[in-house]
Every structure is written in C-alpha cells, then in structure tokens.
Design a protein around this ligand. Structure first.
Ligand code: NDP
Length: 390
C-alpha cells in the first residue's frame, strides 16, 4: 500500500485528489489530511479515508476538529507547527495543495523525509526555488508538477534532452476580464473577478487568473522547475484552455499537451507517475470544439507579467517579496479596501521598496529569511493601504 498525505485536502485541488484516491481505497494508506477553516469537510474526509491524523491550520479550531472526529480514533492537531510535523510523518507521496506561502514549510518537511512531493502550491517554488530544489536533491526526494501547465511541459519533455529545448510556452485563459475594455478594470468587483470562464478553482487562484498574477507565478515556477532562462519562457492567451503548454525544440518542432480543463488529469499523472493510468476526465472532441485560438497577452491589461520578468531579473528573495505582496494585496482586494488594478500597483511599489532597502533581497535563501521577507512585504502592503485610506 502506498502511504499518501494530502495538504490542503479541503480545497479544490485537495478534493480532486481525494476523488482519485477514494476510487481505489485498497491501494492507499492515508497518513495525514490537512485543512484550514472547513472543519466539517476535513473531518469527513479524514473519516472516509481512514487517515492517521487530521490537522487544521488554525489553533483555535482544535476543539472543533476533536469534536468532529470523536470516536473515530483519528488524531487531531492544529497550527503551523502541527502541519510541519504531519508533513514529516513518513509518506511515499504528498500532495502540496495548501494555498499561498503557508504551503512552503510543510512542503520542505515532506521533502526532508524523502517523499515525492506533488506540487500544486506554486508559491513554494516562487518564494524559495533554490532552497526547495536543494532540499529535494539533498534528501533524494522528487518533485512532480501538478499545475496543469507544468504537468503539460513535464509530459512533453519525456524522453527529451533539456539541451534541445528552445522555449517553453505556457497558455493562459485570460481570466474573467480578458474581453473587458481596459478602462473598466479599475471598477471590477470581487464577485466579477471570482468567476473563471473555463476552470473551477479556489477563489484566490481564480482572482489571480483575472489579474494574471497566477500566470506571473507560473512563469517564475517554470523557470525554477525546468531551469530554463527567463527569455525562453513565453505566455500566450488561449481562451479555450485546451492546450495547456507547448515546448519548442531546436529543430523547430513544437510539442503541445492538450486536454479538457480538469485538474484530475495533472493530479492523476503525478499520482501514478511514471505510469499512465486511466483517469475519469472528459475526453477531447476536437471537431466539436472547432477552433483553438491564441493571442499575445496585452501588457496594459496584465501588468503582473512584466513584474514577473522583473522578479526573475532581480533573483534572490524577490520571489518571496513578490508572492507575499501579491497575497496581501489580494486580501485587501477581497476585503474591498483596494481596487482590482491597485493590486499590481501595490506589488510594484513593494518590489521597488525592497530594491531600495539595500541587501535584504540578496540575503541567503533560508526558510527563516524567506519567512522574514514574506512578513515584511505583507507589512509594507498594509502600510501602503493604510496610507491610502488615511
Ligand atoms: P483552495 O482555496 O480551494 O484550497 C486551499 C486549501 O488550503 C484548503 O484546504 C484550505 O483550507 C487550506 N488553507 C487555507 N489557508 C491555509 C493556511 N494559512 N494554512 C494551511 N492551510 C490553509 O485552493 P486551490 O485548491 O484552488 O489551490 C491550492 C493550491 O494549488 C494553490 O497554490 C493554487 O495556486 C494551486 N493550484 C490550484 C489549481 C486549481 O485548479 N484550483 C490549479 C493549479 C494550481 P480551508 O478551505 O479548510 O480553509
């Protein structure tokens, strides 16, 4: 039996992962499932999967979790230390699907115990790419991509030599506002930004798709995951979300990965890798689809893409700054304290402030420094928002 753990089990990726695992209960022994505020779902999943332990991220929800698990024999724990301890429990395969930088420390702990880490949490590589890759190397652990674009590139590279790769092209749906006049974006509401034309995902990544902060994170993730130079990574808007990524080779050939927009494909590929097993995802009917369209992203509509390039040029801890500032700006947008376009302005201002703050951004990449940087960047976004309000 394979030992598996699911971090972020109550979320969109977590639930899709459970859907696949629960179809074959005799194949898996579930070690840990984790969640945040959704205690009912967490306890239900822990019972259904007969997990050893369930962990909520929030200390003050421990009693609720204990009550929901009463009589099951399943351990309950809470808080960020408990998440890291659960990730350190031996497992063969760990799904990293917590949202945000909170996924980093448990992901590192899973790699340190030698688990294969299925990485949906793109923030892990954006905030701490070299630290994560070095940790995996040192402990003989493997990272597998779960983001659909990175899974697509990974699949297109099977049997290929990275030296023959000329460029990687990742596609973007364009999000909720791809066809809006740019002048209207400043007035976009949280509700409007939370509806994705093609994918059914958590609210935060859905809003990040509308602003293309999600794609910006993915460009940085591509650089870290595949070790490719930033100028060889391209983004193309593809409204149908059928082609997930393409790899261009030095002989001019381009390998594309196509599939219906269903995350169970990328999750299932990472779960069964290196085998390809049957998956319960819709099959493509290209004739019915009729056409697949592609266009360049409009830089005015999506300033996040330019910021990602700046981050890659700056290097060091600027990925951690970028992600934290983006997360905090998103909190303020969701809380209706700032507008949709203010998010990229806030992130750009915080990146500049770090640049002016001396060598902080070039400090060695340790978990401690990443967390310190993350904390400071969030504080600077808060300062800026408060100043605006005042
Ligand atoms: P969701 O918001 O649906 O789920 C997030 C999960 O993280 C939930 O289990 C949530 O718990 C938990 N969580 C929230 N805050 C914390 C915290 N501070 N500490 C620990 N756990 C926390 O997100 P998604 O499933 O959409 O996304 C998860 C990750 O996967 C993200 O990094 C995203 O970018 C990435 N991803 C998602 C895709 C998708 O299709 N959804 C596609 C590709 C990548 P609770 O809900 O109980 O509060």
């Amino acid at each position: 039996m394979r030992k598996v753990s699911i971090f972020g089990a109550t979320g969109s990726i977590g639930q899709n992962t459970i859907d696949l695992i629960a179809r074959d209960p005799t194949a898996y022994h579930v070690v840990a499932v984790t969640g945040g505020a959704n205690i009912r779902q967490l306890a239900e999943d822990a019972r259904r999967l007969r997990a050893q332990i369930a962990v909520t991220a929030y200390d003050d929800r421990l009693e609720d979790l204990r009550a929901a698990l009463a009589g099951s024999g399943i351990e309950a724990a809470a808080g960020s230390t408990a998440l890291v301890e659960a990730a350190a429990r031996p497992a063969d395969w760990v799904m990293s699907a917590i949202v945000g930088a909170a996924g980093l420390a448990p992901g590192l702990a899973a790699l340190e115990q030698g688990a294969t880490l299925a990485l949906a949490n793109k923030e892990t590589l954006v905030c701490a790419g070299s630290l994560v890759l070095e940790t995996a190397r040192r402990h003989g652990a493997r990272l597998l991509p779960v983001d659909s674009e990175h899974s697509a590139v990974f699949q297109a590279l099977v049997g290929e030599d990275m030296a023959a790769v000329e460029r990687i092209i990742i596609t973007a749906s364009g999000g909720a506002f791809r066809d809006w006049p740019v002048e209207r974006l400043a007035q976009a509401t949280v509700e409007q930004a939370s509806s994705h034309p093609n994918w059914n995902m958590g609210q935060r990544i859905t809003i990040d798709s509308a602003s293309m902060f999600n794609k910006a994170l993915e460009v940085i993730e591509t650089r870290e995951f595949f070790g490719i130079a930033p100028d060889r990574i391209e983004v193309v808007v593809h409204p149908e979300s059928i082609v997930h990524a393409l790899v261009g080779f030095r002989d001019g050939a381009v390998m594309a990965h196509l599939g219906a927009p269903d995350m169970r494909h990328a999750i299932g590929y990472a779960l069964h890798w290196p085998e390809r097993r049957e998956l319960p995802v819709p099959r493509l009917d290209l004739a019915r689809l009729g056409q697949l369209r592609f266009r360049d992203p409009d830089p005015e509509r999506y300033p996040a893409l330019r910021l990602a390039r700046e981050v890659m040029a700056r290097g060091g801890l600027s990925g951690a700054v970028f992600n934290a500032a983006k997360e905090r700006a998103l909190d303020h947008f969701i809380g209706q304290r700032i507008g949709f376009l203010d998010m990229s302005d806030a992130v750009a201002a915080v990146l500049d402030r770090f640049e002016d703050a001396g060598d902080l951004i070039d400090a060695p990449m340790t978990l401690d420094n990443v967390l310190k940087t993350d904390h400071l960047a969030r504080q600077w976004v808060d300062d800026a928002v408060l100043r605006r309000a005042g």
